[in-house]
Design a protein around this ligand. Sequence first.
Ligand code: ATP
Ligand code: MG
Length: 309
Amino acid sequence: MNAEKRPWWQRIRWISAFLRFLGVWKSPESTKSATEPEPLPEQGLQGNMLGKSSKRSKRIAIVSPKGGVGKTTVTANLSEALVGRGRRVCAVDLDAQNALQFHLSADPVKPEGLASATLRSEPWSETLRKGVEGLRFLPFGFLSEKHREQFEQTVVDGPAWLADGLSTVDHKQTDYTVFDTPPGPSEFQRAAVEMADLVIVVVLPDAASFITVPTVERTIESYAGQKANEFAGLYFLLNRMNEGRVLCRDVRAMLADRLGDRLVPETIRFDAAAEEALAAQQTVMAYEPDGRAATDFDGLAAWVEQTLK
Ligand SMILES: Nc1ncnc2c1ncn2[C@@H]1O[C@H](COP(=O)(O)OP(=O)(O)OP(=O)(O)O)[C@@H](O)[C@H]1O
Ligand SMILES: [Mg+2]
């Protein structure tokens, strides 16, 4: 549905959510909490934490060599699509931009997240938040500049920080864990790839994405190299596909030729509803469940289930 045709009450919510997102308008609760992070004790992660479980969820890392290609959109919508298929999902934001929470919840933003919990040596379960029924998510959270530097050092120093943090979240309630990552190579991308059963590289149907393929293959394979052999593999997902454009069709054909069956057979089509959904602090699965992108994300979820069977 076009934004102009939506009822007035939905458009008001859309506009206020968008203003809140931009920081132009803040609700009273969010103003204090988002701008004034609590002081943190000066300590690092202390080894293993509580609640380890032997049964673990299937893990999916969503990565890309370039920014703005749709990683967070894919993380949020794949998570909700898996929930729509009866799965229990935990989405994890490993990007300091903190965008994932704006897709998954319209609740006021809080500064707490996995970063502050790690620095305080607190269990991540304390910062776990609820999305739709069946979906939980871990926001990255907001840190002062000093604490951000401390956290990045912790990540570099202790490669187990992600496994340790996740071990505090009850895996019996989770079938799939989906990691959103920052663009390009980083310790966060490395940590997600090292833990993943499946790595999905999001690419756009353009020349700029195509030329990054060899580099990203080398980076991800070097990160994944140290992992056990249950790794289902490295796949590329085409997002924002426009069938009407010759260039998009050509790049898709070149990617298929170059990647073979490592190109995910499901493609996410360009859909303006995906952009509107973020402005309304919703996934496109919730915003326009019968739309193009929502249909494609459901297809992607079915492919993920099949691939990680
Ligand atoms: N299939 C799609 N159709 C239309 N717009 C889309 C689609 N997928 C993503 N977008 C839009 O593209 C923009 C970038 O998406 P997103 O924030 O998910 O990218 P990202 O890779 O996570 O960015 P970053 O590298 O900054 O983390 C957003 O405005 C989003 O709404
Ligand atoms: Mg992102």
